[in-house]
Design a protein around this ligand. Structure first.
Ligand code: FEO
Ligand code: CA
Ligand code: CA
Length: 681
């Protein structure tokens, strides 16, 4: 089942109704004149659903009334406060298809976002922007942790825009479309954040700001008209939305699933082994069939220092070594101020990071949960699909050289009447790791404690030392598994392997069929067909879809899904998505290292006569990866995270001044076509 089908469960409201709200919800006349982006009290104050009541109560009241009258809320979004979504808005135009007709852009080193002729890009939100009315405005010279915790965090990564309708006269009048936007804040670049940063001796104040700059952001955004003289439209944050919030490295998060309560996750601060402070290095993510988001902790190892001070006789040391914890001082030296980041002082704290974290965007009071059943690894992302029998499947990759690709299959089945309560499905099921055979077949090997090679393991141990378990069952070592996504049109699974310059070198693993290039600088993409097109299958077929690189350099051995014509050069594919026609959109992370050019966004058809005809759609800025991309459901906006602009330089002399001409600030951008047309057309 694809996302469009999943979202079909949201309330059906016609586009006409959205544009012409009737008296059911809106009794009072609108008296405010149009304005250009200026927030007014009115926007908050006239909201019938949230005035002086808790969000849940008012939402429940409104929804109860609407369900009673119209019987159209089918369940999945019942808990989603304020959520009223047009099916058409979620699924795009039913009869629309994307005919890729844009003029490709070229690789660039310019310090600006480059999009094809006829397109434009705007900043939606940038590091330090207040996320709610009354939050401090950004002042890079006077940062505080308290301010940062109310501002957009650093290094935006995975983003997802969930359509919703906030039932206020003001927002409906002003906004053609509204979304709740989730954005990860993967990590910090203190050398770009702070003047005179001393990497060997950061101040406690700097560390506290960094803790607050990690995590994620929820903000409501609206597509607003720019006003009479500016023309066009622009995405802007609704600073008055009650859904807006920050999650940081200090926010309380529950551990659930097999590892919860295990001795290995108990600490001095949390003897129950169930309550973690914060999430770290959230890279990719996904959206569940019930409308929550799952954001994934990736390189959590880099936050924990002093592993060498843990005695070699301590069995935990070997696990921490397998996960690459730092032997001496950590890169950011948080352990100088907080014992939990010192492995010798709190050996179990690192076992509480490296998970897929579920968040209900529409219910700020709902607990956030680290779903340990999906394994502990350097998760790139998690992509959810519902199988025909109702079980839910999550694909996830472990982004490091020679690591593995996984999937989790729930034991229980999706119940559309349970809404976000379906999240508990993620606590019980089977975790598998992929084995790719040389003949184009593959197997999903179960990681079940007490069985086979894991006979002496508990499931808690499997979910904490997932890499160790996968080592024992004979999984295939891949060239850095990044994003894995299912194509809503052809049902196939596309897995991205970003690069691995150590493949086939020295004593490292040699090339093999699924990782066919030694010194794989540019990465590749594999196309997987599950047996019977069933996501719960335990066998699959696979083929190489693309071997990336510069097509003009024969020695790079590029391959473009059989396409023989020209293509745009591409390196280090990372995150992917699909448009409504099933074309594969790719964001890159690393072209600065290979082509000495900026990262970008590309699109390639996966079917038909144009299969493999890759074209570059966008170019980013110096030092900045394009960390995430998401198309609005109507495919008329492309959101992208421009992460770490200027990375590789310093605060005093940055290589990028994106987005405003001053110090570089990681930002979410929105790309639109001038005529409002489909992205890519
Ligand atoms: Fe944070 Fe695997 O990219
Ligand atoms: Ca990534
Ligand atoms: Ca990456």
């Amino acid at each position: 089942m694809n996302l469009d089908q999943e979202f079909d469960r949201y309330e059906r409201v016609s586009d006409e109704e959205i544009n012409n709200p009737n008296e059911e919800l809106f009794a009072e006349p609108d008296e405010d004149p149009e304005d250009d982006f200026e927030e007014t009290e009115e926007e908050d104050g006239d909201d019938e659903q949230i005035s002086n009541q808790s969000l849940n109560e008012s939402f429940a009241q409104v929804m109860a009334r609407r369900i009673e009258r119209r019987h159209f809320l089918k369940g999945a979004a019942v808990t989603a406060g304020l959520l009223v979504v047009s099916t058409e808005a979620m699924t795009g135009q039913a009869d629309a298809s994307v005919n890729l007709g844009f003029t490709p852009v070229q690789l660039s080193s310019e310090d600006k976002i480059i999009v094809p002729p006829g397109y434009s890009s705007d900043v939606v939100i940038r590091w330090g922007d207040p996320i709610r009315a009354g939050a401090p405005s950004f002042n890079i010279a006077q940062q505080t942790a308290a301010a940062q915790s109310q501002q957009f965090g650093y290094n935006c990564d995975f983003l997802f825009a969930v359509p919703y309708r906030r039932n206020t006269l003001a927002s409906l009048r002003r906004a053609a479309e509204s979304y709740v936007l989730w954005v990860n804040h993967e990590y910090t670049n203190p050398e770009l954040m702070f003047a005179g940063y001393n990497a060997s001796s950061p101040t406690k104040e700097q560390v506290d700001i960094e803790l607050a700059a990690h995590g994620g952001t929820v903000v409501a955004i609206e597509l607003r008209r720019r006003g009479l003289f500016l023309g066009g439209e622009k995405w802007a944050v609704d600073l008055f939305s009650p859904l807006n919030r920050r999650i940081t490295a200090e926010t309380e998060i529950l551990l659930t699933g097999p590892a919860a309560g295990s001795d290995l996750v108990k600490t001095a601060a949390d003897p129950t082994g169930t309550r973690v402070r914060g999430m770290l290095n959230n890279c990719g993510g996904g959206i569940t069939p019930w409308g929550t988001i799952v954001t994934c902790e990736e390189n959590f190892n880099q936050y924990f220092g002093n592993l060498t001070n843990l005695p070699t006789s301590d069995a935990r040391r070997a696990i921490h070594t397998r996960y690459g914890l730092t032997s001496g001082a950590s890169e950011r030296r948080w352990e100088n101020f907080y014992d939990r980041f010192d492995v010798a002082k709190e050996p179990n704290e690192a076992f509480r990071f490296g998970y897929a974290v579920e968040i209900d965007l529409f219910n700020p009071s709902a607990p956030i949960k680290k779903r340990t059943a999906l394994g502990r690894l350097k998760h790139e992302a998690a992509t959810f699909v519902t199988a025909a029998d109702g079980r839910v499947v999550a694909y996830t990759g472990d982004d490091e050289r020679f690591e593995y690709m996984y999937k989790f299959v729930t034991e229980g089945k999706l119940d559309p009447t349970r809404g976000a309560a379906n999240g508990d499905l993620l606590d019980k099921g089977t975790l598998y790791v992929a084995k790719f055979n040389g003949d184009g077949t593959g197997e999903w090997l179960p990681l079940v404690g007490g069985q086979g090679a894991l006979a002496n393991w508990t499931q808690a141990e499997v979910c904490i030392n997932t890499r160790g378990a996968a080592d024992l069952v004979g999984a295939t070592k891949m060239d850095r598994p990044e994003d894995i996504e299912t194509n809503p049109v052809n049902g196939r699974v596309y897995a991205v392997f970003t690069n691995n310059t150590r493949r086939g070198t020295g004593t490292n693993p040699a090339t093999d069929a699924p990782n066919p290039r030694a010194n794989n600088r540019h990465g590749h993409i594999i196309e997987i067909t599950e047996a019977g097109n069933n996501a719960t299958a335990t066998t699959f077929k696979w083929e190489i879809f693309m071997l990336c690189g510069d097509p003009s350099v024969a020695a790079e051995g590029t391959y473009w899904a059989g396409w023989q014509g020209g293509v745009s050069p591409i390196s280090s594919p990372d995150n992917i998505t699909f448009d409504i026609s099933g074309n594969l959109w790719i964001a890159t992370d690393g072209q600065i290292n290979t082509f000495r050019k900026n990262d970008g966004i590309y699109v390639v058809p996966v079917q038909g006569t144009q299969r493999g005809n890759l074209r570059q759609f966008m170019s980013g800025v110096p030092g900045g990866e394009v960390a995430s991309l998401a198309l609005s459901p109507d495919n008329r906006t492309l959101f992208a995270s421009i992460q770490h602009p200027g990375e590789g330089s310093t605060y005093d002399s940055p290589t990028s001044t994106f987005p405003d001409g001053g110090k570089p600030r990681p930002s979410v951008i929105a790309v639109r076509k001038g005529d409002g047309g489909l992205i890519g057309s």
